[in-house]
Design a protein around this ligand. Structure first.
Ligand SMILES: C[S@@+](CC[C@H](N)C(=O)[O-])C[C@H]1O[C@@H](n2cnc3c(N)ncnc32)[C@H](O)[C@@H]1O
Length: 386
């Protein structure tokens, strides 16, 4: 089901001031977005005025703001603008606009460029750079539970959670849900638990191997309502065939729905080489971030195995941020074949209807060839047809 959002428009600073005043005094409900256009230009303000407006904007929107009317003479002023907005609690890692976590009262600092400018490549926060270039911000649990298949979900599990963006962002929409994150990386756990979470939310970050059946028993014992497990960023590609098969088997015995984020459907041979994923603020700061095929990493078209890493470089040198050794692209048909062997029902998230659709049904208008898609596996029966 599509999620409706509200947008208020400000064409001038005076209109924006009045709008913020009406919202902060409670006379007008917070819109999802505020759109600044025409003469309402953040780039034409002094830094103090801009930051004071951004402070107020943060408390007056549910999701964020859009300002496509900015224009800069040079890289330095563009970077200064980006950093001042990021420090005031908005990021533009999503294509939707400058976003904050949904209705979050916390003004988070998204300026990961500052530490790099101060200390060079060694001080670049690898997790933050990874989040900026590969973060998934456009979908949260809000999208997946607002469906005919999953309205009963109350527990979200994030296996291979790493920085757990899915659980963290989702909890702002549904603080009443339980969140269980699982990873081998104690540093990632520490980082995630140090973030500001809404107090009422129950969260658990387990350090465990998700192929170990007992961790799923632990998940089951924590579960309330129906449960949905979500593996993001195609992390399951780190597994070999027996491991992914085992994950599909053991996870679906203990959770109601297992979702895997899958890449766009394309031959693996198109995925090798070097992919420059640098963002504008990185380039403005003199930094380049790339997904780089390892010397022995050329994708094998028979096995879909490849090796690559996320690397950062600047005029002083290079740094490897994250390794992706033994990465096997488990394309949708392979996953569906495994699901058939295990007698699981297989669905994908249809981008037009925003519903989970059986892989045996409608596939026109799905953007499986252009975008990441989400596959869902379950032992449950198909939902009643409309
Ligand atoms: C691509 S990264 C993290 C992606 C993550 N979904 C995110 O949104 O940031 C993959 C993660 O899988 C974890 N991992 C790898 N094998 C694992 C296993 N067998 N059990 C649990 N976690 C594992 C790694 O520690 C790493 O944090």
């Amino acid at each position: 089901m599509h999620i409706e959002t509200t947008t208020k428009v400000a064409n001038s600073l005076e209109v924006l001031e009045k709008l913020l005043e009406r919202i902060s005094s409670g006379r007008l409900a917070k819109p999802d977005w505020i759109k600044l256009q025409g003469k309402c230009r953040l780039d034409k303000m002094g830094r103090d005025q801009r930051e004071s407006i951004l402070d107020r904007l943060h408390g007056c929107v549910l999701r964020g703001f859009r300002a496509n009317n900015v224009d800069f003479d040079d890289e330095e002023t563009r970077l200064a603008y980006w950093r001042s907005v990021a420090r005031k609690g908005f990021h533009d890692f999503s294509e939707q606009g400058w976003m904050k976590s949904y209705d979050s009262p916390f003004r988070e600092d998204y300026d990961y460029i500052g530490p790099y400018l101060d200390g060079g490549l060694s001080k670049l926060d690898a997790y933050a750079a990874y989040t900026a270039v590969l973060g998934t911000f456009d979908f949260t649990v809000e999208d997946f539970v607002n469906t005919e298949l999953c309205p009963g979900v109350r527990t979200i599990v994030e296996p291979m959670a790493g920085t757990a963006e899915f659980a963290y962002h989702s909890h702002f929409h549904r603080p009443d849900f339980r969140y269980v994150m699982i990873d081998l990386d104690a540093e990632a756990q520490e980082r995630v638990l140090a973030q500001r979470w809404l107090e009422m939310t129950e969260k658990h970050y387990l350090i465990a191997n998700i192929l170990d059946e007992s961790v799923w028993d632990q998940v089951k014992s924590i579960t309330t309502g129906e449960s949905l497990a979500y593996v993001g960023k195609q992390s399951h590609h780190l597994f070999g065939a027996k491991e992914i098969f085992r994950l599909l088997e053991v996870a679906t015995q203990r959770v109601d729905y297992l979702m895997l984020e899958t890449p766009q459907l394309a031959p693996v041979t198109e995925m090798g080489g070097t992919d420059d994923v640098s963002r504008t603020e990185m380039e403005d700061a003199g930094l380049e971030v790339e997904l780089i095929e390892d010397p022995d990493g050329e994708p094998n078209p028979f096995t879909n195995l490849m090796h690559f890493h996320l690397g950062a470089s600047d005029k002083t040198g290079r740094r490897r941020l994250f390794e992706y050794r033994d990465w096997t692209v488990w394309s949708q048909p392979t996953l569906v074949a495994m699901a058939r062997v295990l007698d699981l029902n297989a669905f994908y998230f249809h981008s037009e209807t925003h519903e989970f659709t059986s892989v045996d049904e409608e596939w026109e208008d799905s953007d499986v060839e252009d975008e990441v898609t989400f596959m869902l596996f379950t032992r449950r029966d198909l939902p009643p047809s409309a």
